[in-house]
Design a binder for this molecule. Structure first.
Ligand SMILES: *[C@@H]1O[C@H](CO)[C@@H](O)[C@H](O)[C@H]1NC(C)=O
Ligand SMILES: *[C@@H]1O[C@H](CO)[C@@H](O)[C@H](O)[C@H]1NC(C)=O
Ligand SMILES: *[C@@H]1O[C@H](CO)[C@@H](O)[C@H](O)[C@H]1NC(C)=O
Ligand SMILES: *[C@@H]1O[C@H](CO)[C@@H](O)[C@H](O)[C@H]1NC(C)=O
Ligand SMILES: *[C@@H]1O[C@H](CO)[C@@H](O)[C@H](O)[C@H]1NC(C)=O
Ligand SMILES: *[C@@H]1O[C@H](CO)[C@@H](O)[C@H](O)[C@H]1NC(C)=O
Length: 449
């Protein structure tokens, strides 16, 4: 971990970062220096359990037959300990010991449980390397938590998806392979009051962590790492969930650092270091003519570096629903290919997508204090739908210069909005018929979790 940290803040990089910190000191107002940021993300390591008090309420997975040598299949011990913990009438903690590496096959951690539960991951959980282990099983899942309330997952340990063989078999890596799903390393489905804190996730088979149909989640101090070339390895995926906060985390993967999709609202993202990867994305929305909505999303405080996109909203033609009241604030871009992008013509298939009139509407989207460098000429791209133009886009204090010293520009198609403060590149909104032209007050996305 020290290595990862130091490579990120390695010599030449720190110069840029320090420069950036001086020149926009308001950013990360709670972080006073590079050290501040570094130490913020330096997570406490797991404590050793010299005095293993055998309180009834602490269950050591090793006491249920887990070996933790990385070779022996520990799935049964995990199932057994979960069953006991979940049916306990008093608050209970499951402990995975530091220094152990637990090989676990696909597993369901089913709720609801009788009382509050903590899963302390010190040490590592590792997946089977061989995708064939999933033969006959659901290939969407590896560690699958569902219907769990008041769960806390923490401990400074690692969840390792061992994704290499899955990636090699992906149709995105080798087009002769059939396209099929690979597991999301940790899925939380229908969860309520979930805390995930201080976990490292590496090399997931596909997505690293996903929250689906969850209410009230706080995820913090996560480190999510996979190679840039790994296919579909989103960092954190939020779907059909409300009141989700993701903060103080480092995400470097082959796909979106954070993606927020279908029917999610009241999502708060704070202090994220993202990249390489595909940036922070809302969508894609409206795939296969579906109805989708995402609203009340606030992204504040991020460093996005060497990503394919920075801040993105994407929707398919033919969909319906809306993306509204979304604010992006205080984001530093470093060599990002599409720093600001709204794309209502998203198409992820090999064949061009047919033109359709229906569209997911996009309204009241703010970008404020977005600075840094663009890897491409078009630093701001608003490709909105003819039938449902983007409304109420607000830009304030944007400074996106070219990484290679050229000029940058904005591209607009059917985009309506306003701007204020310093603006480079200059905006290109359509004149006239803009209906909604006011900024989204940031207070509109404040709520308590
Ligand atoms: C272990 O902790 C328990 C409870 O905190 C305490 O009573 C006991 O003396 C401790 N044992 C040792 C060897 O420290
Ligand atoms: C692609 O997959 C095919 C069939 O699985 C295999 O024969 C071929 O060697 C693979 N190509 C590469 C470049 O790995
Ligand atoms: C989103 O909500 C709509 C309407 O309630 C529903 O039809 C659609 O299936 C939902 N999508 C997802 C992915 O939950
Ligand atoms: C900048 O981004 C471009 C385009 O993604 C990439 O080819 C290049 O390697 C990046 N430069 C650095 C120094 O990372
Ligand atoms: C979709 O519309 C664009 C612009 O009007 C046109 O250039 C393109 O050929 C159309 N594509 C299809 C598949 O009809
Ligand atoms: C967009 O913002 C304006 C001004 O704050 C407000 O009047 C309008 O209702 C908002 N539209 C939506 C869809 O939230």
């Amino acid at each position: 971990m020290g290595k990862l940290r130091s490579s990120y803040f390695a010599s030449s990089r720190s110069v840029c970062i320090i420069t950036f910190m001086i020149y926009s000191s308001y950013l990360f107002s709670n972080l006073t220096s590079v050290e501040g940021f570094d130490s913020l993300l330096q997570l406490p390591q797991s404590v050793s359990f010299r005095n293993r008090t055998r309180s009834r309420r602490v269950l050591y997975v090793n006491d249920y037959g887990a070996i933790g040598d990385g070779l022996t299949d520990d799935t049964k011990a995990f199932k057994d300990v979960w069953k006991i913990a979940c049916s306990s009438s008093s608050r209970v903690k499951i402990v995975l010991l530091a220094g152990n590496s637990y090989l676990v096959r696909p597993i369901d951690f089913a709720g609801p449980c009788r009382s509050k539960l903590t899963l302390r991951i010190s040490g590592a959980i590792v997946a089977p390397k061989d995708p064939d282990v999933w033969d006959g099983l659901d290939t969407h899942k590896w560690l699958y938590f569902h219907c769990v309330k008041h769960l806390t997952v923490k401990g400074g340990g690692t969840v390792n998806g061992m994704g290499w063989e899955w990636w090699a078999r992906s149709c995105k890596i080798n087009i002769t392979n059939p396209c099929r799903h690979a597991p999301t390393a940790m899925t939380f489905h229908r969860c309520k009051n979930l805390i995930v804190r201080n976990i490292m996730m590496v090399n997931s088979q596909q997505m690293h962590m996903s929250f689906t149909h969850c209410i009230r989640v706080v995820a913090s101090f996560l480190r999510v790492l996979a190679p840039t070339s790994s296919p579909n390895t989103d960092g954190i995926h939020i779907s059909a969930s409300t009141y989700v906060e993701v903060k103080d985390s480092i995400i470097r993967t082959g796909d979106d650092c954070i993606s927020i999709v279908s029917n999610s609202s009241r999502i708060r993202i704070r202090n994220i270091a993202c990249g390489p990867g595909h940036g922070i994305s809302i969508g894609s929305l409206g795939k296969s003519n579906s109805w989708d909505q995402v609203h009340d999303v606030s992204v504040k405080g991020a460093i996005i570096s060497n990503t394919e996109n920075g801040l993105r909203i994407k929707s398919w033609q033919g969909g319906s629903g809306f993306a509204r009241k979304i604010t992006f604030q205080n984001v530093r871009m470093e060599n990002v290919s599409n720093p600001i992008i709204i794309d209502q013509y998203y198409c992820d298939s090999l064949l061009p997508c047919p033109n359709q009139t229906l569209a997911v509407s996009v309204e009241n989207i703010s970008f404020m204090g977005i600075k840094g460098t663009s890897a491409t000429e078009v630093a701001i791209r608003f490709a909105c739908s003819d039938s449902s133009p983007c409304q109420g886009i607000y830009l304030e204090d944007i400074q996106l210069v070219s990484y290679s010293g050229e000029t940058t520009r904005s591209f607009c198609w059917e985009a309506h909005g306003t701007s204020a403060g310093l603006m480079y590149p200059p905006p290109c909104f359509s004149c006239g018929e803009s209906i909604i032209e006011q900024r989204v007050p940031s207070s509109s996305v404040i709520w308590s979790i």
